[in-house]
Write a protein that binds this ligand. Structure first.
Ligand SMILES: [Zn+2]
Length: 245
């Protein structure tokens, strides 16, 4: 029985990234898992481009909206993560203050990309006067391939296919917020394998993409394609040199 909570999830599913957390200076681990995101906004008054310090993320944490929400596929949630947001900011150059459009881009891509589908929703119950948290079981279709090139900071790598990832594993959860069960799928040279406690059985890409018995995909792991690794390495090197630490 495994309660579905961020802390539990981190303990159970992010053990590898925990290793990365405790050894942040290890360049190999850092390069494998860290997604460096850059935020920029342009002042409409003087056209000054404001660039924030790049932030290192352990993959993409995507907030899944309720069934009535506009987003449906993994791509739409990724686009929402990188889409423009309006912020209230003062321009250091011309001192004007107004709403600005902030854009996030990938400054340095990871070799292994974690995507966490955050399926938590808080609702206020008028009768009890309390907030309740529930699990969103909404279907969020995802595929074997994920192309992030359109979100790359460097224009050089924004053409389609230049930053492509392949699905390598899926962690899925069955049950409620308070209890349930996790299984995992892994794709490798032996095909797709299904890990259910101590049992490891042959599975399929179809089942990996659409787990049965009400299992909802929760953690997706994508590995950068070899054909794009060279480009990504170049991107990373260029980005590191271009942005002060
Ligand atoms: Zn300005």
């Amino acid at each position: 029985m495994s309660p579905l909570s961020p802390r539990n999830l981190r303990e159970k599913c992010f053990c590898v990234t925990n290793v990365a957390d405790v050894t942040p200076r290890d360049p190999i681990l850092e390069g494998m898992f860290k997604l460096r995101v850059l935020s920029e906004w342009t002042c409409q008054g003087c056209q000054q481009v404001h660039t924030a310090q790049p932030q290192d993320e352990t993959g993409l944490q995507l907030q899944i909206t309720s069934p009535a929400g506009p987003n449906t596929t993994i791509q739409s949630f990724v686009e929402a993560y990188f889409s423009d947001v309006v912020i209230d900011a003062e321009c250091e150059r011309c001192k004007s203050r107004s709403n600005r459009r902030r854009v996030r881009t990938i400054n340095a891509p990871p070799e292994v990309l974690f995507i966490q589908l955050q399926r938590f929703e808080r609702d206020y119950n008028i009768s009890t006067g309390r907030f309740t948290t529930s699990k969103i079981t909404k279907d969020v279709p995802f595929g074997q391939w994920l192309d992030l090139s359109r979100f790359a900071q460097s224009q050089t790598f924004r053409h389609p296919g230049s930053l492509r990832y392949k699905l390598s594993s899926v962690v899925a959860h069955q049950g409620t917020l308070n209890n349930g069960h996790y299984i995992a799928f892994g794709q490798g040279p032996q095909g797709v394998l299904k890990y259910n406690d101590s049992r490891v059985t042959k599975s399929s890409l179809s089942e990996m993409l659409h787990p049965s018995n009400d299992f909802t995909p929760y953690i997706l792991t994508y590995t950068i394609c070899e054909s794009t690794t060279a480009n990504a390495e170049t991107t990373r090197t260029v980005a590191m040199e271009a942005v002060p630490h």
